[in-house]
Design a protein around this ligand. Structure first.
Ligand SMILES: CC(C)(COP(=O)(O)OP(=O)(O)OC[C@H]1O[C@@H](n2cnc3c(N)ncnc32)[C@H](O)[C@@H]1OP(=O)(O)O)[C@@H](O)C(=O)NCCC(=O)NCCS
Length: 184
């Protein structure tokens, strides 16, 4: 039987945890910031009221949909990591990551965060696959995905908060996960 998540995931350099109400100002700041999203993601622009409701009523934290705050071990928040299941494919998780503080990019944190959530998704939730969409020009994210054993599935147009993008869909399945030394 699949086990549930604890409220946080610890990695060698990071803590990834459930959001609490005190995190709301930061979440709203990032959500409305082009800098926090970088060139290849569109700000999702949540407002304070929706954000608070989502935190308080658990919409960001249930089995089908979890939003983690990524922090350094000195408590500095650096970004978010999100997974969800599409209603029509319950055994395939979709992930999205954002290292919102540009100074913290290119230090391996994005790879470390994604790797550890992927381990939880396969080992605890027993998913069959994990998928990620990336803008076709998002070389840093594609580099992370290759390092983590993802394979290119298709190139497609997708809608990113009302912005049409051309991107790649990447996937890793349970067999590849089990056989990739990066996860040992
Ligand atoms: C994409 C993102 C999550 C990557 O996180 P990160 O912590 O910077 O990633 P890492 O440091 O673990 O790895 C980045 C890799 O990309 C490489 N890279 C960086 N810029 C690059 C470029 N312009 N071209 C090619 N490779 C590049 C780095 O060298 C590194 O690879 P390496 O370990 O082989 O040297 C982060 O840049 C980010 O949050 N960007 C804004 C939001 C975003 O685009 N999210 C992804 C949505 S799908």
């Amino acid at each position: 039987m699949a086990m549930i998540f604890s409220d946080k995931i610890m990695t060698p350099r990071l803590r990834m945890r459930r959001l609490v109400e005190q995190d709301l100002p930061l979440l709203v700041d990032w959500s409305n910031s082009e800098i926090a999203h970088g060139e290849y993601l569109t700000p999702d622009r949540i407002d304070g009221r929706d954000g608070r409701d989502n935190i308080v009523n658990g919409a960001y934290w249930h089995k089908q949909n979890r939003l983690f705050l990524i922090e350094l071990k000195n408590d500095q928040p650096i970004g978010t990591l999100h997974y969800w299941f599409r209603p029509e494919r319950r055994n395939c998780a979709v992930m999205a990551v954002k290292i919102a503080d540009p100074q913290q990019r290119n230090k391996g944190y994005g790879t470390e965060a994604q790797k550890n959530l992927i381990i939880q998704l396969f080992q605890r939730l027993r998913v069959e696959s994990v998928e990620m969409y990336t803008d076709i020009n998002n070389r840093p994210q594609q580099r992370c995905l290759i390092k983590l054993g993802f394979e290119l599935v298709e190139t497609l147009s997708y809608d990113d908060h009302q912005v049409k993008r051309v991107g790649h869909l990447f996937r890793i399945d349970a067999f590849t996960f089990a056989n990739n030394p990066v996860y040992r």
